[in-house]
Design a protein around this ligand. Sequence first.
Ligand code: DQA
Length: 151
Amino acid sequence: MADKIKPTVLVLNGPNLNMLGKREPEVYGSTTLDEINQGLKKQGLELGLEIQCYQSNSEGALVDRIQEAYEKVAGIIINPAAYTHTSVAIRDALLLHNVPIIEVHLSNVYQREEFRHKSFVSGVATAQMAGFGAMGYTMALNALAKMILEV
Ligand code: DQA
């Protein structure tokens, strides 16, 4: 018998997050993006969710990936990184989707420079996590699992 198809969660990370572990560890922690993604895949296996991970430093590539996911994913976790504070294009692309979207930030952006207090994404996201470090992704996936699997 064929395996039951699992709902897919797309995990998106924006610019400079490929450098996690090396980049300002006092702000972003020592966990690498690869470690975060591997952890989410393992957690997905336990929750019964398929996890797809994508990182890009390019705004257009992130928009392309969000479009590609149209009607193919049950939920999205996104850390748009610096594009959080600048990108109408990413916000508009997310509006295509009628699925739960969790915005994640490793740092507590509200304790930082004022330009980081404005998010173009939070208005179209279901919820936001900020300041939990890498644990924010784990919490976001647990929350999404509840939203997707317990409806
Ligand atoms: C970030 C916060 C952003 O302001 C910053 O540009 C990042 C990372 C975070 O995860 O805390 O690159 O999204």
